[in-house]
Unconditional design. Sequence first.
Length: 250
Amino acid sequence: MERTPHILVVDDDREIRDLLGRFLVKHGLRVSAAADGREMQALLQGNAIDLIVMDVMMPGEDGLTLTRNLRAGKNRIPIIMLTAMGEDTDRIIGLEMGADDYMPKPFNPRELLARIKAVLRRFAEGGAVADGPVADADVVSFAGWTFEMAARELIAPGGAAVVLSGGEYELLHAFVTHPGRVLSRDQLLDIARGRNAQPFDRAIDVQVSRLRKKIEPDAKTPTLIKTVRGGGYMFTPKVVAGRGVAGGQS
């Protein structure tokens, strides 16, 4: 028998916890609820949680802090953050800290259910996971490539330097710091904006096409940056902090 996914709702608003809990149970999911970080940790220790729906604005430790602490402890349970309408900063920071998706409040429960199922499906399909704290690294490697982020330089497996435009740099930076995760176009924009990217505009598909021509063995059949129908893009290689071996796989 297939196991029913177990969702943990973390929100200090009891009405939201109750209403959302009943809705998700009605649609075939198991649900536990926590009002704060302490209750969340207790439930995580005693249950096999498949996904966390986390409110950002909570008294004490807020959702951003709880997400950062979970990721610092190498906890890879997928997280969907609930943010106040219009709070772009919360969305940007949440994604940078390791949230997998976000929804603004007030939200449509059916849309949240669809996003929960989409994130669970992506994690069930698996994907590359960053090895080490690549988000803070100056240099990372993937598939034989070396990306010197601080110097804004990309080195090919054979040792040649590849020139990147400002938009291509921001796009690659977003991908290597979020490997194995499907990033929608809006998420890519949020991540890039969080780094004050001016050349990175809404022509995401054009930027992806240009970047593929520079790093893919065959840009017409991409294997490093895959298109996910209805979702966005996913960076598939394993990414590690430090320099790789030229011509090899990182």
